[in-house]
Design a protein around this ligand. Structure first.
Ligand code: KG4
Ligand code: ZN
Length: 331
């Protein structure tokens, strides 16, 4: 079965083709029109999706060496995300499925992130724990059975990726914050500044990152512009270490609490090589089976949506034409 996946929930326009075991193509166009605004401008995002999606889909089919008529099904993100952006993908998918007379299925973007590892190799053994760390979400999810998700921890304010983006803005480093903070952090001392590790003293598995961002803001405001320039690498490294310490500690606590031995790291923040290394180290030390998708499958992409779509369509699931976008959809 050949499935086309579409992802337009935020500022990536992406299309992918998968069959039973392989990803045949995964074309991702990251919109650059938001950089000068320091964040995603929803109206610009929808317009860019409209402009780009038909070409991206054609590129995905070409790379997979197939034609529209070879498709057996179609899958699309219908939430969570920006309403206007989601709508472009959803309407495209509905139209395509109708014209080809094939089934289609709406996919939860967060499920896509968790299943991104399966877009690469075989799926993870059950039960497993997944950490989704993206620009909009920070979730700890317990997965005992296929396609059943139980959220056991979440952020009570900013998401981890949002903290990266806001910190980069405070430091004048531009958008998106993750990659640029990672670059500066590599040249800095992670122990230079003792930023807060929120909620580590609490027994629950929730996160909070807004205090950390505020601590960076106050610290930066206490410096002269020359000092800020001199210390930018140390601030980036110390901020990043605080994020990593909290993500690792809470994930390990959850694994221990639920006696789970399999762990997936996912979402845009999982692209971070220092975070990947930290989890790899601690999982090996604790005999936890650790999986993280390839970097390009961590940030938004259609291969992860196509993979979940393939699984669900194969089980006989399909969506009705009445399905609408759900910007606040939860797992
Ligand atoms: O999953 P994603 O592509 O979109 C959402 O679903 O939100 O995640 C985007 C987030 C952004 O906040 C971005 O700053 C962060 O992932 N990110 C990173 C890195 N690359 C992207 N964070 C830390 N290190 C990175 N290398
Ligand atoms: Zn995402």
């Amino acid at each position: 079965m050949l499935v086309l996946g579409l992802e337009t929930s935020c500022d990536e326009t992406s299309a992918a083709v998968v069959d039973k075991n392989r990803t045949l193509s995964n074309i991702i166009a990251t919109q650059t029109e938001h950089i000068e605004f320091g964040g995603v401008v929803p109206e610009f995002a929808s317009r860019a999706h409209i402009r780009q999606l038909p070409t991206i889909v054609r590129m995905a089919l070409k790379k997979a060496d197939i034609q529209f008529c070879d498709l057996d099904g179609c899958a699309v993100t219908y939430g969570p995300g920006l309403a206007g952006s989601l709508l472009i993908g959803l309407l495209f998918c509905k139209g395509l499925a109708k014209s080809l007379n094939i089934p289609w299925v709406g996919i939860n973007h967060l499920e896509g992130h968790i299943m991104a590892v399966a877009a690469e190799k075989e799926a993870m053994d059950f039960p497993y724990l997944a950490l989704v760390a993206s620009g909009g979400h920070t979730l700890l999810v317990k997965v005992d059975k296929p396609l059943q998700y139980e959220i056991v921890g979440r952020t009570i304010d900013d998401a981890a990726g949002e903290a990266y983006d806001k910190t980069a803005k405070i430091l004048g480093l531009g958008y998106p914050g993750g990659p640029v903070i990672e670059r500066h952090a590599k040249a800095g001392n992670a122990r230079a500044i003792d930023f807060p590790r929120a909620m580590l003293d609490k027994n629950h598995l929730d996160f909070s990152f807004s205090g950390l961002k505020t601590a960076v803001l106050y610290y930066a405001q206490s410096l002269s512009s020359q000092e800020r320039q001199d210390q930018v690498n140390d601030i980036a490294a110390s901020f990043q270490q605080a994020v990593i310490d909290v993500l690792v500690e809470k994930s390990m606590r959850a694994l221990e609490r639920f006696k789970i031995k399999n762990f997936i790291l996912s979402g845009g923040v999982a692209r971070n090589s220092t975070l990947r290394d930290a989890f790899s180290y601690v999982c090996t030390a604790n005999q936890i089976n650790f999986r993280v998708p390839a970097p390009e499958l961590c940030t938004d992409n259609a291969a992860m949506i196509a993979r979940v779509g393939h699984i669900r369509l194969h089980l006989g699931e399909s969506s009705e034409n009445t399905l609408d976008v759900k910007p606040n959809l939860s797992l």
